[in-house]
Design a protein around this ligand. Structure first.
Ligand code: CP
Length: 325
């Protein structure tokens, strides 16, 4: 994929102060982020490893849930853009003394933080914060609602391999009910012209999901051959209340991507997974590490997507300040 030259992309510029989800974004806005990420990737691959976009800016990672990829990736992205960064860890914070989520954020803002990257178990928590603070808020995953930068990096990875999303068939397989990644993928992929199939046990399929413009399937073997890309979602045991399927073994048998299913799939099918992956449940090791897997490309691309988001939000707030002076 070749990135467009600077300033020649869509004439519509990025104007938002927050990134809360892909549901509200237009196809043009999503494309602006993807193109910006492609420019960073191209410059990075040409040997440019440090950028000045966030010099003098402080970025706080506020993670109230565990994370490996998203937290590390945002932290590195901010550093590559020359920001000062601070990582907040909920378990060792004054939350344990009764301080509220909002008070915690207001106190961190009072230290001169400009951008907050927020992960929370409650759907809507980043949106609530965006109403209370002056800094830019980026949703790094809220409850079962959205994980916009994961959706963007999944889409970016597919676009990098296939040039365009238009007309591609992408299956999201597994625990759709509890997956914020599924929702962000659905919004983003459908806006960019892909066909989305959601596939999983009926008990893990949200009521009314068809209204989002997706096809619903309950047998992976029925849709396998039609897919250009298969995104294998983790079964989110930590969000489940009760038993949604008889056993992990049965789940793996019906919905796990394995060597037998790979033989039935298209030879060039892209295998994605947001991670963390449960080897032997939603994906077997031979598939996770196989030639069709782009799982680690997703992780690499996540950095460029997060650099793009941080930089675009910063530029948008700068423009607002200039215009209100
Ligand atoms: N995909 C993802 O959000 O991974 P982490 O939970 O490790 O951030």
């Amino acid at each position: 994929m070749t990135a467009p030259p600077p300033n020649s992309a869509s004439p519509k510029r990025w104007t938002r102060r927050h990134l809360l989800g892909l549901q509200d974004l237009s196809a043009d806005e999503i494309t602006i982020i993807l193109d910006e990420a492609a420019r960073y990737k191209e410059q990075w691959n040409a040997g440019e490893t440090k950028f000045d976009d966030l010099r003098g800016i402080a970025v706080a990672n506020l993670f109230f849930e565990p994370s490996t990829r998203t937290k590390t990736s945002f932290s590195l992205a901010a550093k590559r853009l020359s920001a000062d960064t601070v990582d907040f860890t909920a378990s060792t914070s004054s939350l344990s003394k009764g301080e509220t989520f909002i008070d915690t954020a207001l106190n961190i803002q009072a230290m001169g933080v400009h951008q907050m990257v927020v992960r929370h178990s409650t759907s809507g928590a980043p949106e609530q914060l965006a109403r209370e603070v002056q800094c830019s808020i980026i949703n790094a995953g809220d409850g079962t609602h959205e994980h916009p930068t994961q959706g963007l990096l999944d889409i970016f990875t597919i676009r990098s391999k296939r040039q365009s999303l238009q007309g591609l068939t992408v299956a999201l397989v597994g625990d759709i009910k509890h997956s914020r990644v599924a929702r962000s993928n659905i919004w983003g992929l459908t806006k960019l012209g892909a066909k989305v199939i959601v596939c999983g046990p009926p008990t893990l399929m949200p009521v009314g999901i068809e209204d989002l413009g997706v096809e619903v399937a309950h047998r992976l073997d029925d849709v396998l051959e039609r897919c250009d890309c298969i995104n294998l979602l983790r079964v989110q045991f930590e969000r489940q209340r009760g038993a949604y399927f008889p056993s992990v073994r049965e789940y793996a048998h019906l919905y796990g991507m394995n060597g037998v299913r790979m033989k039935k799939a298209r030879p060039d099918v892209l295998i994605l997974a947001p991670g963390p992956i449960n080897r032997g449940v939603e994906i077997t090791p031979d598939v996770a590490d196989g030639k069709n897997s782009v799982i680690l490309d997703q992780v690499t691309n996540g950095l460029f997507i997060r650099m793009a988001c941080l930089a675009l939000l910063r530029r948008a707030t700068e423009v607002v300040r200039e215009e209100t002076r």
